[in-house]
Write a protein that binds this ligand. Sequence first.
Ligand SMILES: *Cc1c(COP(=O)(O)O)cnc(C)c1O
Length: 414
Amino acid sequence: MISSNKQPIYLDNAATTRCDPRVVEAMLPYFSERFGNAGSRNHQFGWEAEDGIEIAREQAAKLIGAQSKEVIFTSGSTESNNLAIKGAAEIYARAAAGQMGRGHIVTAAHEHKAVLDPVRRLMREGFEATFIQPPADGVITAEMVAAALRPDTILVSIMWVNNELGTINEVPQIGRLCHEREVIFHTDATQWVGKMPTNVETDQIDLLSWSGHKIYGPKGVGALYVRRRKPRVRLEALQDGGGQERGMRSGTQNVSGIVGFGKACELCAESMDAEGARLLAMRTRLESELVKRIEVTVVNGHATKRVPNIANISFGFVEGESLMMGVREIACSSGSACTSASLEPSYVLKSLGIGDDLAHSSLRLSLGRWTTEADVDAAIEMIENAVNHLRRLSPLYDLHKEGIDLSKIVWQSH
Ligand SMILES: *Cc1c(COP(=O)(O)O)cnc(C)c1O
């Protein structure tokens, strides 16, 4: 018999998650019987679609402690971040342009590209920005943000959880600081919401982005929370047209996607506590076993200020590409980003001061709702075998074992 194609073990839930079957089930009628355009105000098909969207808006709002009117549906976190950052910058730009520039934005060097690139575009349009350098543990504190604030700061954008490291920034404290200083605060909460309890009131957030496909919902749908009171946050729309989503996001709504997003939010709210405990136990086992079994192994990012599902681990004396080849039965991410021809170490790991070698030879293993203990055990075995195999071929590892300090060697070329 021909053996079936065995699927790799999926440990890449920070990249995307498998849709929950209950989400798919909730979506299906909106492709068929309830296919209406939510903007059609004159007939039942339109009303049904609108009802579906409004239920989803309540489910989404409930997950983050917001009012449903404060939730704007988008195509995902990339769009939510763009709308929050560019939309706020346009409105809050210093009216007296010239003298002092258009305004100053504070963010961090290890944010997602979907925050860094909008900020960089604003810089080309006359805004100034500070990119806070993270410390070695990757955690951005309120003190760091306070030190970066200027009299002309109009916006702070600090992600809640770093997607490569899983590290948790001091979001409620940063929120309080921003409110005291009357600066708008945006957080890219893509890796936080749905996994950890969120309340935009007590956490003092003005703008918050999250995405369906990171929380067992569909791809191509997400939301932006926009605070309506204390303060009432205003945004310039990026896209003009039919005026959907309170004018902030024109375009016929993705009804089935939004319904699925709402259902995904509801399911996360129900299962968050139990799931978090289960994931933490599995991740702790994954990390401690790998560190115990394989020497010169480092867990990157803060030891405890991390979400329960993400581990980022570097293995000394192995080469990044060979490591990825060695663990190809595990679907995960590496600290090497293949950018066209070159192999660049992750800018996130580099920003923590991790050397190129250890950044290249790192794996991001992210667990999720469908991860089993058997998956974790198998992954531990596979990684141990792969690293041991590669080290047997490594002359540098031999030198290390002989007790030679490699950092003291002067390499000569002939
Ligand atoms: C995945 C991710 C994004 C991008 O979200 P999309 O919905 O895919 O656009 C942005 N920020 C963070 C932190 C992410 O993890």
